[in-house]
Design a protein around this ligand. Structure first.
Ligand SMILES: Nc1ncnc2c1ncn2[C@@H]1O[C@H](COP(=O)(O)OP(=O)(O)OP(=O)(O)O)[C@@H](O)[C@H]1O
Length: 769
């Protein structure tokens, strides 16, 4: 019997032996854990919207069989859990598999009829109602078409003109003034068509049948909020926005909570884009794999996960989703005027350079791992290998730039990728942060087709990142003489929350106290005053690789042998080889490993559906860092996930950002009653505000005291008093040994002298008579 199963869902109802299984409350609690495998409620928000402008809500019927968005597929909590796999994706009700279209079975593309389907559109009030209820907010940020500020200015100017005319005529009225204001605000906020059911993808948006079947086969019943908002806009922007001009495409920024299904929200349009392009290939042209989309992710783990998701969606379509690897040869063109021209026009970036350089030099422990080693035999590999058949490439920044740069410089690209039409930045804020910025920008520049659309995805997006995207899009627009709007979608509150997770902030006076508190979480049976019971599997985050290793060393024998012993605890960080990292990931996914100690290398994007909790053994270095770490639990709306954060006196100057995120998350989750909140108001008020400069330093270096060499860098169960005592004892022993040695030496010398004397005495027999 797997002990993990006992720990994580041992209270599962058993009709034969219900009494022995404990209280009904315990049963409910256990089945609510993420690891219980219950079908999640992927939609996080569904607020009642009181006013129905048209008197009633229109019911939409879909030929596809999937009913309206708020399907009763979600109300399935009492399902039998007997064979639940902790980390498996949700199962569909029927396992019939996709209905393959004979024409597409062997990757043969169905000849796509370019007939425009008539999408059944909702009127603006209906759109508003649905979008508001699911807390979806669309804003036009574009600088290629007029910016919000420009639109406001334009509206104001027009208003003034009219005002002049009207005042001349003496016709100015209050209502008309209001109309003007309304018009300008309308231009800022958009109300596109939402996707209320996956069935619409096929029947309204005309996506490929096999792709639609693959979505059904994955068991996704209702679209999550980000999918509701993003899919219509990315598949048919003209239809979604009711403006045919938009069909040329949009650039897009999506900010949506962790675990809210952003991956398929960008993969579905990417796969559909490939299939659509193939449909446009003339008879007799044959199928050609042509690199059309690039997905960039900050870590190898995330990149491989995206490849897996992509491949599941692309089964039977012939679309090849490929992970960028060393030696892979892509369709590229060497050096290009365009790339050079853009390079030249970048002189204003020089201002940023100094700051970036400094931050780069300081470096971060957990940067995407060194792919530099890939550079060595690159030229040789590229000559020898044939072109890879790729439609969608998933990559980390460095490894692709290694291929593009040729000269080993990882900041600029010599080759271009002329066939690419879509650049997708997953975890865009970190990819555009100084850590990865040069590499990401170089990749963007290598995508030289004028139609390349940029989409950026993350649970957090600082305004400087938005500004950077806007600036570079506008440069591209000028360069290519194109005009495409940039639209931002925010789901829930921008930036700051992990609403469906229980948060705990725990103070321990010393580092040693943290270790003891963590041990209590590891042994849920023992009394745990310091935090909520936390059932495996869970992830423990530390600040540095050294601390992750040390914590692993300290805890590895804590799980009893009969429960699997040290094999149940593993450590993963970027200095391990790819192979070892993949093995550990697989073991954690399968439930073999219960406690995974890691660094921020696993903080973003990685999806373990059944993780019950996250422990921030070391405080995350930013609010965004907290959001991403805590978001490893409670995926796809699963309930019962817990995020525990320890802090000591070293962290007090920095912990306010974390406390603010916790407060915002609880507010979003509706936990506003006194006593419900885990960060009390007095604490929020008492914690010092973090200065901007400190925030920057913290983000790059973490808490200084915990870096290698710092007093608090080591992890041990001993108190400083014990350490001092042990140190004294060791020194005393050493001193005593030394004394003994010296004594022996002295004795030896003395003895030698005596012996010599004796020998001499013996030798010198004295004067003979
Ligand atoms: N419509 C859906 N219904 C149910 N589950 C879904 C749906 N869409 C996605 N999921 C599942 O939700 C989980 C989280 O999805 P995903 O990894 O894409 O989240 P994310 O928004 O990218 O999170 P993060 O910000 O942490 O990267 C995955 O296991 C995925 O299979």
């Amino acid at each position: 019997m797997d002990i993990l199963k006992i720990l994580s869902r041992g209270t599962k109802p058993n009709p034969k032996n219900q009494a022995a299984k404990g209280s009904a409350a315990a049963v409910t609690a256990a089945t609510k854990l993420p690891s219980a495998g219950a079908i999640p409620r992927p939609q996080l928000f569904n607020d009642p919207v009181s006013s129905t402008p048209r008197g009633k809500k229109r019911k939409r019927k879909n030929k596809g069989g999937d009913k309206d968005g708020d399907d009763d597929a979600q109300n399935n909590e009492d399902e039998d859990l007997s064979d639940v796999d902790f980390f498996a994706p949700p199962k569909p009700k029927s396992e019939t598999g996709p209905q393959q279209h004979t024409t597409e079975e062997d990757g043969e593309p169905e000849k796509r009829k370019n007939k425009k389907r008539k999408v059944k559109t909702l009127d603006e009030d209906e759109c508003k109602q649905i979008l508001r209820s699911h807390r979806l907010k669309f804003t036009l940020l574009s600088s290629t078409s007029p910016t919000v500020a420009e639109l406001e200015a334009q509206a104001e100017a027009e208003g003034k003109k009219k005002k002049k005319k009207k005042s001349k005529k003496g016709e100015e009225s209050k209502e008309e003034k209001e109309k003007e204001t309304k018009k300008s605000s309308k231009l800022m906020q958009l109300w596109p068509q939402p996707l209320t059911a996956f069935g619409q993808l096929k029947y309204d948006y005309g996506i490929n049948q096999t792709l639609a079947d693959n979505i059904t086969r994955q068991g996704f019943k209702v679209p999550t909020e980000v999918q509701m908002g993003a899919l219509p806009l990315l598949l048919q922007p003209g239809t979604a926005l009711g403006d045919k001009e938009m069909d040329k495409g949009v650039d897009f920024l999506a900010v949506a909570p962790t675990g809210s299904g952003k991956t398929i929200a960008f993969l579905i349009p990417a796969i559909e884009g490939v299939l659509k392009a193939r449909g446009e290939v003339q008879e007799g042209d044959g199928i050609k794999n042509e690199l059309r989309a690039i997905v960039v992710a900050p870590t190898r783990e995330l990149a491989s996960q995206i490849v897996n998701e992509g491949r599941k969606l692309a089964i039977g379509t012939g679309v090849r989703v490929v992970l960028m690897k060393r030696g892979l040869r892509l369709q590229a063109e060497g050096g290009d005027e365009q790339a050079e021209a853009e390079e030249d026009s970048d002189s204003e970036e020089d201002e940023e350079k100094q700051e970036e350089q400094q931050e780069d030099d300081e470096g971060e422990e957990e940067q995407e791992d060194s792919d530099e080693e890939d550079g060595g035999d690159k030229k040789k590999d590229q000559k020898e290998k044939p072109l890879a058949k790729v439609d969608i490439l998933v990559t980390t920044p460095k490894i692709l730039l290694n291929f593009l740069s040729d000269d080993g410089k990882l900041t600029s690209s010599k080759k271009t990728l002329p066939t690419v039409r879509s650049l997708i930045l997953d975890e865009a804020d970190v990819l555009l942060d100084p850590i990865f910025r040069k590499q990401t920008m170089a990749i963007w520049k290598s995508c030289v087709h004028p139609d390349v659309a940029l989409t950026c995805w993350s649970a957090t997006m600082a305004s400087n990142i938005e500004a950077l995207v806007t600036k570079h899009l506008s440069k591209r627009a000028k360069h290519f003489n194109i005009s495409r709007p940039l639209i931002r979608l925010v789901v829930g509150l921008k930036d700051t929350a992990v609403p469906n997770v229980t948060h705990k902030l725990i103070y321990t006076a010393t580092e040693q106290g943290k270790l003891l508190a963590l041990r209590q979480l590891l042994h849920p049976a023992s009394s745990s005053d310091s935090g909520p019971p936390l059932r495996p599997p869970f992830i423990v985050f530390t600040q540095t690789i050294d601390r992750a290793k040390a914590l692993h060393k300290e805890l590895q024998f804590d799980i009893p042998l009969e429960a699997g012993g040290s094999a149940r605890i593993a450590v993963l960080h970027s200095s391990l080889s790819d192979q070892i990292r993949s093995k550990i990931m697989a073991k954690f996914r399968s439930g073999e490993v219960w406690v995974l100690i890691t660094t921020d290398v696993l903080a973003r994007g990685v999806d373990f559906a059944g993780v019950n909790g996250v422990v921030n053994y070391d405080v995350p270095t930013s609010a965004a860092g907290y959001v991403h770490r805590a978001g490893r639990t409670g995926r796809a709306g699963r309930e019962g996930g817990v995020a525990v954060t320890f802090y000591t006196k070293e962290d007090i100057p920095f912990v306010k950002s974390v406390a603010n995120v916790i407060a915002a998350s609880e507010k979003q989750a509706g936990k506003t009653a006194a006593g419900e909140e885990s960060v009390k108001k007095w604490l929020l008020d008492a914690l010092p505000k973090v200065a901007k400069e400190d925030k920057r330093k913290l983000k790059v270096r973490g808490v200084e005291a915990r870096r290698a060499g710092g007093k608090e860098a080591s992890i041990t169960t001993q108190s400083s008093w014990e350490r001092r005592k042990e140190n004294n004892k060791r020194q005393a022993i050493e001193a005593s040994k030394k004394r003994k040695r010296l004594a022996q030496q002295a004795e030896k010398q003395d003895g030698g002298a005596d012996k010599k004397k004796k020998e001499n005495d013996e030798e010198w027999g004295g004067l003979d008579d």
